[in-house]
Design a protein around this ligand. Structure first.
Ligand code: PMP
Length: 357
């Protein structure tokens, strides 16, 4: 019996993919072993690695002048890899939440870093209005977090940074909506939301920015180390990459990012409409900046929130507790959350049996 898991990550994987993994677990493709047991220098694994890259390239329409690598360390490791790889003297950050701020704090260790804009004044419930004048013209890059997992906001357009390379953390929105890769210098994302199991991290970097790292950048943090070796410089997170490849196949079969974006927009609209029309639940984010992946909401009291979360869990709606920085609830509705999961959650929310309401 599978539950609806609203976790912010690791989160649901498509059932079809899990079944495929199950089928191939003991014997992958006639090799007599699972991918977990397989040398990363073997032909079957090289094929998985190559297919993962080529499917991702076509799903995201990644231009040829961009490198794609699969690395370890999570998105968090890229927080420090970015200033070192871009050999930055100056960098401008837009602070729209916890992860944007963490990235900012890491970069401060290596460069002259400033907060070009912030939405902290309203507990990160909105995306600041930005234009090229917000940034220092001699900055080596501008960093944004495209979708803010904890606070439930997202950019709906790519900020204009003029000639300054734009770097974006797309951990919680990768493959959920179409984005124009050519507008960015670097994109990065941990896998554990829309891509696959935790353990693999995707970095997409424009070629002219891929080999300019500071000489003191550790070998394992340097993008060029993995670029030269097609992500096989050292032992990769092979099982995570294999499952991610299956997710890319699943998404391709479904019609790609354009198709899933339509479904994601419908799912989010259903839940937001229900919350907005209810006198019991509130979503505090600025409407135009609302995320279609992470939807935080509260009731009128912490006690009711807690009751809601425990009643929901009894009905199979799991991990709805909001992040401690926001409180209340959060429904993370990534690509693998079926439409039916949202419909059933809404039915439950109409009558959550939380005491005398
Ligand atoms: N950025 C964003 C937007 C995230 O949501 C997360 C994780 N939830 C991270 C960075 C950190 O990712 P990781 O745990 O892979 O280091």
């Amino acid at each position: 019996m599978r539950n609806y898991n609203f976790s912010a990550g690791p989160s649901m994987l498509p059932l079809e993919v899990l079944e495929q993994v199950q089928k191939e677990l003991l014997d992958f493709n006639g090799t007599g072993m699972s991918v977990m047991e397989m040398s990363h220098r073997s032909k079957p694994y090289e094929a998985i690695n190559a297919e993962a890259e080529s499917l991702l390239r076509s799903l995201m329409n990644i231009p040829d002048n961009y490198e794609v690598i699969f690395v370890q360390g999570g998105a968090s490791m890229q927080f420090e890899a970015i200033p070192l790889n871009l050999n930055a003297k100056k960098a401008d950050y837009v602070l729209t939440g916890n992860f944007a701020s963490k990235a900012f704090e890491e970069a401060k260790k290596f460069a002259d870093v400033v907060a070009a804009a912030s939405s902290k004044d309203k507990n990160y419930t909105y995306i600041p209005t930005l234009n090229a004048k917000c940034f220092r013209q001699d900055a080596d890059y501008v960093h944004i977090c495209y979708n803010n997992t904890i606070f439930g906001t997202r950019y709906t357009s790519v900020p204009d940074t003029g000639k300054i390379p734009l770097v974006a953390d797309i951990s919680s929105c990768i493959l959920s909506e179409e984005i124009d890769v050519s507008k960015f210098g670097v994109l990065y994302a941990g896998a554990q939301k829309n891509v696959g199991p935790a353990g693999v991290t995707i970095v997409i970097v424009r070629k002219d920015l891929s080999d300019i790292a500071s000489p003191s950048c550790p070998t394992m943090l340097k993008w060029i180390t993995q670029i030269k070796e097609k992500s096989l410089y050292n032992t990769p997170p092979s099982f995570s990459t294999y499952v991610s490849m299956l997710v890319f196949r699943w998404l391709t079969k479904l019609g790609g990012v354009k198709a899933i974006q339509k479904i994601n927009e419908e799912k989010a609209a259903m839940l937001y409409d229900f919350i907005d029309n209810s006198d019991f639940y509130i979503n505090k984010t600025n409407k135009p900046d609302r995320s279609i992946m992470n939807i935080p909401f509260v009731t009128s009291s912490e006690q009711l929130d807690n009751q809601f979360i425990s009643e929901a869990a009894k009905e199979g709606f799991l991990t709805l507790k909001g992040h401690k920085l926001v409180g209340g609830m959060r429904a993370s509705i990534y690509n693998a959350m079926p439409v039916e999961g949202i419909k059933k959650l809404i039915e439950f929310m109409k009558n959550p049996v939380v005491g005398d309401i």
